[in-house]
Ligand binder design. Structure first.
Ligand code: SF4
Length: 347
């Protein structure tokens, strides 16, 4: 059988920030030419805001923008329908309908390859079914699919291990074209040079090791436009940034057991578990929680995390972003927070 080499668009948004190496390796090994949209920009945000329903959260609006940017440039879009990626937990319902909403919203939308991933209902077969469905859509057979998935899994595990050690976040993935996002150094890497704005000043040299935990969805933390590069800003203010990807997920899961009820949202539990784990650590001076306006799970987790932080006496800053949020206001709040942490440390 002659396999067609699809020019396949992958939006650089939402779960791309969790699974980029897996998806890229898998699709490329099935013979696809993977085209990842460029990093989020004003053009992409405006595209998304113009297409998405007003009630959608900011990351979903941005996803629309990436998909719309790709639509005229590719032969098909890869938009997995993520229902659950683990047992007894679910992905936010806003993501389940993404493939259908894109088909309806984007004019001349190319075919959308949308394998369903539902490991809550089909724990054993769910992933294999999604792998086979994608391969079928690309014209590949089951054997190639399983081989490609094995390579993707190996690369993904290596990527996760590197992140835990503080390696560059996306430096190990394979963005296509000239749009590679400069690697974001995390987990105590050297702060990069940054022009401080609004009369801000870095905290004193002696506070250079002020450890600050920053939690939130990866698609906010690592999308530098959407998330305003909060980890970078904190690092440039002298903070030693600790991110969810630096933490062994089993520690977050263990920390979550102290909650009176299990959180059923996979990402919400990951964020809450990381926040709880970090706020119990003496060396963490404070926590920042980055949330998206219009996010239901975030409104619950943000409030819960703040209550636990108050109980433990850990400084906590909740930053909620939407398309109107001004960078100046965020920078001022960050500077005030870092100053406060520095003064507490001195005291
Ligand atoms: S979890 Fe929140 S931010 Fe993420 S897609 Fe759902 S509503 Fe949007």
């Amino acid at each position: 059988m002659k396999v067609k080499h699809w020019r396949l668009g992958v939006p650089r948004a939402l779960f791309y920030y969790y699974y980029a190496p897996w998806w890229e390796t898998f699709l490329e090994n099935l013979g696809a030419e993977v085209v990842v949209s460029p990093p989020t920009s004003k053009e992409i945000l405006d595209l998304g805001v113009g297409l998405a329903v007003a009630e959608a959260c900011l990351p979903v609006k941005v996803y629309y923008g990436h998909a719309a940017w790709l639509a005229p440039r590719v032969e098909a879009l890869f938009v997995p329908r993520l229902v659950s990626v683990e047992q007894k937990s679910f992905i936010c319902p806003k993501l389940m309908g993404l493939p259908d909403m894109l088909r309806a919203a984007i004019k001349d939308c190319p075919p959308v390859i949308a394998p369903t991933v539902d490991l809550a209902r089909r724990p054993k077969e769910g992933l294999r079914a999604a792998i086979r469905a994608t391969a079928r859509a690309l014209g590949a057979g089951n054997r190639e699919a399983l081989q490609a998935a094995a390579l993707a899994g190996a690369r993904y595990r290596e990527w996760l291990a590197r992140q835990r050690e503080g390696g560059p976040y996306l430096g190990n993935s394979v963005p296509v074209g000239n749009w590679e996002q400069p690697p974001l150094t995390i987990g105590g890497g050297a702060p990069v040079d940054y022009p401080l704005k609004h009369g801000s000043r870095p905290v004193a040299d002696t506070d250079i090791s002020l450890a600050v935990g920053i939690v939130g969805h990866s698609y906010l933390l690592y999308d530098r436009y959407l998330g305003m590069d909060i980890p970078g800003k904190v690092a440039r203010l002298g903070g030693r940034v600790v991110l969810p990807e630096n933490i062994d997920p089993t520690l977050g899961e263990a920390a979550c057991r102290q909650l009176p009820k299990r959180l059923y949202w996979t990402l919400g539990r990951k964020i809450m578990g990381t926040a709880l784990h970090l706020m119990e650590k003496e060396e963490i001076a404070g926590l920042i929680h980055l949330t998206a306006f219009g996010c239901g799970p975030d409104s619950l987790v943000g409030d819960l995390a703040e209550r636990y932080a108050h109980r433990l006496g850990k400084p906590f800053l909740l930053l909620t972003l939407d398309e109107q949020t001004g960078e100046a206001g965020v920078a001022t709040r960050l500077e005030a927070f870092m100053d406060m942490l520095s003064r507490r440390r001195s005291a």
